[in-house]
Design a protein around this ligand. Structure first.
Ligand SMILES: N[C@@H](CCC(=O)N[C@@H](CS)C(=O)NCC(=O)O)C(=O)O
Length: 253
C-alpha cells in the first residue's frame, strides 16, 4: 500500500517520525529495527492489540484495516511494514540497508520482503493457534464493533473464526504450518551459501524475517530443524538494533 491519505486528519499535523505499533507485533519489530539501524529519532504511539486499542474509529482513520504498524513522517502516512521499511531506507539512505547494486523490485532484498509479506497470514495463523488466539479473541459485543469498522472480508473472517468456540480450523492451521516449514527450509538453504539472507551484508531482508523467527519461536515452532537459521538468528540477535527494537519492547518475553 505504501503512502495513503488518512481519514483521521490529526496525523497530517505531525512533524518528524511517529510510529503506531505494538510491542509484541512482528510487523512492528521490523519498523523499529529499521529506525534503530538508522539511529533515527521517533515518537512512539503504542497500540495494545490485546486490549483492542486498534478497534476504534480513530485508529481505523489512520490504518483502514485496523492493523499495526503505521508510520507518519512529517504528516505523510505510510502503511504495510515492508513498504514502511523500504520507504525509510530510501528517505534515510545512511547507512544503507540494501547490498550495493541492489536496486529493488527484481533483486534479492525485494524477493525476501515479498515472500514475508505474502506469507504473513500463515505466521498470523500459527501465532493465533499456538500463542495469542485466546488473548485476541473478541466477545460478541467486540465483534459487532469490529464488523462496523472492518471492511476487509479476509480479516473479518479470520477474527470471527478465531473468536468462535472452536477457534481456527485444524485445516487452516496445518496448511499454514506446512507453508512455514517450506519457507524456513528455503531460508536454511539460502543461508548455507551466505551469512545474510541477501548476500554478504545485513539488509532489509534480514530485518524482514527476524521478527517472524522471534514470534514463531515463542509459539514453539520447531526451529531445531534449521541449523543455518540458528546461526543467522544468533548473528542478528547480537546487533544493538535488535536489543533496542525487540528486547527493550518485549522484555525478552
Ligand atoms: N501486511 C501487514 C500486516 C499487519 C498485521 O497483520 N499486523 C498485526 C500485528 S503483527 C495486527 O495489527 N493485528 C491486529 C489484527 O489482526 O486485528 C504489514 O506488514 O504491516
Amino acid at each position: 500500500m505504501g503512502i495513503i491519505t488518512p481519514r483521521n486528519k490529526a496525523v497530517t499535523e505531525y512533524s518528524g517520525l511517529h510510529l503506531y505499533h505494538f510491542s509484541q507485533s512482528n510487523c512492528s519489530m521490523r519498523v523499529r529495527m529499521t529506525l534503530e539501524e538508522k539511529r533515527l529519532e521517533w515518537t512512539s504511539h503504542h497500540v495494545h492489540l490485546h486490549k483492542g486499542e486498534n478497534v476504534t474509529p480513530e485508529y481505523f482513520g489512520i490504518h483502514p484495516k485496523g492493523l499495526v504498524p503505521a508510520l507518519v513522517h512529517d504528516g505523510v502516512l505510510i502503511i504495510e511494514s515492508t513498504d514502511i521499511i523500504d520507504y525509510l531506507d530510501r528517505q534515510f539512505p545512511d547507512p544503507p540497508l540494501r547490498p550495493p547494486g541492489d536496486t529493488g523490485r527484481a533483486d534479492a532484498v525485494e524477493r525476501w520482503m515479498r515472500a514475508a509479506a505474502d506469507n504473513h497470514i500463515h505466521v498470523k495463523t500459527y501465532m493465533f493457534a499456538h500463542r495469542i488466539g485466546g488473548a485476541m479473541a473478541k466477545s460478541d459485543a467486540e465483534l459487532s464493533v469490529y464488523r462496523e469498522l472492518q471492511d476487509n472480508d479476509e480479516l473479518l473472517q479470520f477474527h470471527e473464526e478465531n473468536s468462535s468456540p472452536e477457534g481456527l480450523s485444524r485445516a487452516r492451521v496445518s496448511g499454514s504450518t506446512q507453508v512455514l516449514a517450506d519457507c524456513f527450509a528455503d531460508i536454511d538453504q539460502a543461508l548455507d551459501e551466505r551469512p545474510w539472507l541477501a548476500g554478504d551484508v545485513f539488509s532489509l531482508a534480514d530485518i524482514t524475517w527476524i521478527p517472524l523467527h522471534v514470534s514463531l519461536d515463542k509459539a514453539g515452532f520447531p526451529f531445531h530443524r534449521y541449523a543455518n537459521v540458528a546461526r543467522w538468528k544468533d548473528a542478528v540477535h547480537a546487533r544493538p538494533s535488535f536489543s533496542r527494537a525487540v528486547l527493550d519492547w518485549t522484555g525478552g518475553a
